[in-house]
Design a protein around this ligand. Sequence first.
Ligand code: ZN
Length: 161
Amino acid sequence: MKVEEKKVVSITYELKQDGNDGEVLETVTMENPLTVILGIGNLLPAFEDKLLGLSEGDNFNFTLSAEEAYGGYNDNAVISVPKETFVVDGKLQEEMLYEGNAVPMMDEQGNKLTGVITSVKDDHVVMDFNHPLAGIDLFFKGEVVGVRDATPSELEHGHVH
Ligand code: ZN
């Protein structure tokens, strides 16, 4: 059976930054393969395109450019946030305010987003709201370990049972 839209596909892979010699960013093994229904927006479209037509047991390796993946790095997504933002019940949450901390936030429209603190100043912190993989070319090397039809209820729910 070949990988097509509306099939349930299981894959293992290693994700590296830029290319085969790059830093390993993520490893997905047989113990816990990534299993998704294709063609319903679960994966990056460019990633799905690379899997289409493969069969169980096929290996793959390919690079997605940053533009095909999580977009370029946007300098405007790095902003100063006043420390008052982190006051809860009248108390500044000092323990949250350290470099590298990923903090769940909400924008003015109520959308959830995560910002990573890149520096802590006297009265504000600088936060980076770029996707952690923004601006990075992604190299995937892996194997298709399963392909099957999705059940009607899986298609209805949009996830694998
Ligand atoms: Zn369900």
